[in-house]
Design a protein around this ligand. Structure first.
Ligand SMILES: *Cc1c(COP(=O)(O)O)cnc(C)c1O
Length: 403
């Protein structure tokens, strides 16, 4: 069915990231389509009983059932693997199921995870509540302190898990240092690369063993679909694939197609997101109603140098603290007319949220304080609208607060 000839001599190894994002992974069918096709089919047919037997038995490669493999999903997997520089990618139904499948594949009862404290909220619930039930325990450490990671590692530690930059304070984990730690202690390092994407950070090249994605965010980039992926070596991903194939958190062909098309503009979008975010961070930093801005692109960010070293850009999620605590923050949020008040991110539309009462609302006051989630903190995930319009919208509330 597939014509691999063109693909095999296309010198993909020499392509830059921008080209891979547009051309990697598509195996043109006999229809000679230019754009990637969608295969919305649950199963596949065979020319004979003998062929069916060989494919079911795994003696002959090929599609059997879309919970196992689907050509549209496979196109997305090949393209994302190429962008992350991984041997293989397994796509999943969501970012959370990418994390769950990785944990089920690689961990057993009694194993321990060491994770950064400032993780996506559902990831913490998954680790504590659901992996906890299976006898897998998690210790949380300060993201930016390599010595804290080292101190938390024990003989049963199998996985180090970090999200960098952190949300919403833009703290940075030193990926090469954590990778060295993981190797020394015979553990694996997984990086949730949702905030930067391979366009801005390639954790595998920095020494990580696994990259996790919520494709829901920047890989799609326009807020249309939920999905996820894991990128790693053939050996590790064979285990993850086994979980997805058997337990069923597979990606739908339609969503895979959306993500594949989203990847085509990934570099362009990420660069534009970064530019908009840096301009906004500088503007906020100079505003009299703003007491602090958290963004690794600002020169006075404590890890600015590290961010510059391991990232190609600073991302587009930033936190800032306003005068007047929660009342001040809510006033600024409620005065916006264009920005979307929502906890989501990774969209062309700029979103604004109050972490202390939404994304981090379930934390106790002391946990919030430890995590730096103050009452006056606002998070903005900067989209691609005109910079002038984003600033003007935030100025409605900020200017009143400054007076
Ligand atoms: C959204 C998100 C997830 C979860 O992804 P879903 O696609 O919503 O399941 C995981 N990690 C990070 C950093 C996220 O932002």
């Amino acid at each position: 069915m597939h014509d691999d000839n063109h693909q095999e001599d296309n010198h993909q190894d020499e392509w830059s990231l921008e080209t891979l994002a547009i051309r990697a992974g598509h195996q043109r069918t006999f229809e000679q389509e230019h754009s990637e096709p969608i295969f919305p089919t649950s199963s596949f047919v065979y020319a004979s009983a003998a062929e069916a037997a060989r494919k079911f038995g795994g003696q002959e490669p090929g599609n059997v059932y879309s919970r196992f493999t689907n050509p549209t999903v496979h196109t997305f997997e090949r393209r994302l693997a190429a962008l992350e520089g991984g041997e293989r990618c397994v796509a999943t139904s969501s970012g959370m199921s990418a994390i769950l499948s990785t944990a089920l594949a690689l961990l057993s009862a009694g194993d321990e995870i060491v994770a950064s404290r400032s993780l996506f909220g559902s990831t913490v619930s998954l680790f504590d509540k659901y992996l906890g039930k299976l006898g897998i325990t998690t210790r949380y450490v300060e993201l930016s302190s390599v010595s804290a990671w080292e101190a938390a590692i024990g003989p049963k530690t199998r996985l180090l898990f970090a999200e960098t930059p952190s949300n919403p304070l833009s703290e940075i984990a030193d990926i090469p240092a954590l990778a060295a730690l993981a190797k020394r202690h015979n553990a694996l390092l997984a990086i949730d690369n949702c905030f930067l994407t391979p366009a801005l950070q390639q954790p595998l090249a920095l020494g990580a063993d696994l990259v996790i994605h919520s494709a829901t965010k920047y890989l799609d980039g326009q807020g249309r679909a939920v999905g996820g992926a894991v990128v790693s070596s053939h050996a590790l991903l064979e285990e993850v694939f086994g979980v997805v194939r058997t337990c069923g958190p597979c990606l739908s062909p339609f969503n895979a197609w959306i993500f594949t098309k989203g990847l085509e503009t990934l570099s362009l979008r990420m660069n534009a997101h970064c530019e908009n975010a840096l301009t906004l961070a500088r503007w906020l930093d100079a505003h009299p109603a703003v007491t602090q801005v958290f963004y690794s692109g600002l020169e006075d960010h404590p890890q600015h140098a590290l961010a510059k070293r391991q990232q190609k850009g600073f991302g587009a999620v930033l936190g800032f603290e306003v005068k007047g605590g929660q009342a001040g923050a809510w006033q600024v949020i409620d005065a916006t007319r264009m920005l979307s008040i929502t906890g989501n991110l990774g969209d062309v539309k700029t979103t604004i949220t109050h972490p202390a009462t939404t994304t981090h609302g379930r934390l106790s006051d002391s946990q919030k304080e430890a995590a730096g989630i103050t009452p006056g903190l606002i998070r903005v995930a900067v989209g691609l609208e005109s910079q002038r319009d984003i600033q003007r919208d935030l100025a409605h509330g900020l200017d009143v607060l400054a007076d």
